[in-house]
Design a protein around this ligand. Structure first.
Ligand code: GLN
Length: 198
């Protein structure tokens, strides 16, 4: 059932309202996660980590004491849809657009290396079309986006590529995207999350 899922949307910073509108249009009930008690107070069917700025988001998660609890929920199997900065939060390792040096990731629940600002910082925004697993011709908007530089487990499934770069993956309960489906009219990725992951 699409319409009976309860989704927590991390709402510390970035593009969270757009996810809430899209999920609610599909019948889900959404709650904004702004403090630890928003996470502990109810049982969620899934959680969304939105785009924004990953360093800022991590700092806020730590300052508000949400970080460890969130990490455990995801490790224990809570379905998560992570877009852009959210995907950076999940990755085990991070590299940037200028060097090959690896930095340890933040939540480190997703066995990939993600390349931040992979398309350059300034000229980093564009829209294109590609497939997402079995879902064809998805409009994909990239905003100072990362891509998945390497995949470190055979259990990570590639769902989308653009110009030979991996831009969407699934690993067990985690779906991570380089792009922003929530800023388009196309609800199919959110439907996939509600139906196939949550
Ligand atoms: N460049 C941002 C970061 O590194 C991500 C951009 C986005 O979420 N649209 O966190």
């Amino acid at each position: 059932m699409l319409n009976n899922k309860t989704i927590g949307v991390l709402a510390l910073q970035g593009a969270f309202i757009e996810h809430i509108h899209m999920l609610e249009s599909l019948g889900a009930t959404c709650y904004e996660i702004r403090q630890l008690s928003d996470l502990t107070i109810r049982k969620y069917d899934g959680i969304v980590l939105p785009g924004g700025e990953s360093t800022t988001q991590t700092n806020l998660l730590k300052k508000l004491d949400i970080f460890d609890y969130l990490q455990k929920l995801i490790s224990d199997g809570l379905p998560v849809l992570a877009t852009c900065a959210g995907a950076i939060l999940l990755a085990d390792n991070i590299c940037d657009n200028t060097t090959e040096a690896l930095h340890p990731g933040h939540l480190q629940t997703l066995p990939v290396t993600i390349r931040r600002n992979a398309y350059g910082r300034q000229l980093g925004s564009f829209t294109t079309t590609s497939d997402f697993g079995p879902i064809k011709n998805v409009s994909m908007t990239f905003i100072r986006a990362p891509y998945f530089n390497s995949i470190e487990s055979p259990d990570v499934k590639v769902l989308s590529t653009v110009d030979d770069h991996v831009v969407a993956v699934r690993y067990q309960n985690q779906v991570a995207l380089s792009f922003h489906p929530e800023v388009t009219e196309d609800t199919r990725i959110h439907e996939y999350f509600l139906q196939e992951v949550c």
